[in-house]
Design a protein around this ligand. Structure first.
Ligand SMILES: C[S@@+](CC[C@H](N)C(=O)[O-])C[C@H]1O[C@@H](n2cnc3c(N)ncnc32)[C@H](O)[C@@H]1O
Length: 189
């Protein structure tokens, strides 16, 4: 049986290289998005999106996924040290390309900031979704008026952009904003 293709690194906060997570929380704060369910692709060891969401008092709840053993361990330690954060922020280990939609709730905000960065042919061996199928999965999970967020500073944006633009046409989403490095699309209410 094929094994999961996981992220063998652990990513700290390197704002100058990869500001997307800070820009996600900046976006939510700038728009006063509150009492929302947020899905976040790629937690880092810093778990910024979850921690900031607890600290900024907007009342948002975050589900994050990581494919890094060290990042998952960092979450375990965070949950022990800061139960008030773990109440509103859950991070889990897994391959985003093998998510089961029936196990997921609906979301108001989905941040697929690393689209196309980590989908490898090796994942075909265990029936992983394609990048387009991943976007479609979360489209079906997005509440009316929900925000779909992509990262235009991604190292894979040249591959992600055509997928995103075709998806927006097919699914009837409008790009509502370029916020810092993020392309934001809204689902019609
Ligand atoms: C370059 S790091 C960026 C972390 C963080 N978003 C940041 O910008 O600081 C990439 C992130 O994607 C996650 N990742 C990579 N492949 C993944 C996969 N197949 N499923 C879920 N997460 C994955 C890693 O665990 C890591 O958190």
């Amino acid at each position: 049986m094929a094994k999961m293709s996981y992220y063998t690194d652990a990513w700290g906060m390197f704002y100058d290289v990869c500001p997307c997570d800070v820009h996600v929380t900046d976006y939510l704060e700038a728009h006063g998005v509150k009492d929302a369910n947020v899905f976040h692709f790629g937690t880092g060891t810093h778990h910024h999106v979850g921690i900031r969401s607890q600290e900024n008092g907007l009342g948002n709840r975050v589900l994050g996924i990581t494919a890094s053993i060290e990042e998952a361990e960092a979450y375990t330690k965070l949950a022990i040290e800061r139960p008030e954060v773990s109440r509103i922020y859950k991070a889990f280990f897994g391959d985003i390309y093998v998510l089961e939609p029936k196990l997921l709730p609906n979301f108001d905000v989905v941040a697929l900031v690393h689209l196309c960065e980590f989908r490898t042919p090796a994942m075909d061996a265990y029936g992983a979704l394609t990048d387009r199928q991943l976007v479609d999965l979360f489209t079906a999970k997005l509440n009316p008026g929900g925000h779909m967020i992509f990262y235009t500073g991604s190292m894979a944006w040249d591959r992600a952009q055509p997928i995103v633009e075709q998806w927006a046409k097919d699914a009837g989403f409008d790009k509502t904003e370029q916020f810092k490095t993020l392309a934001v699309y809204r689902k019609k209410s």
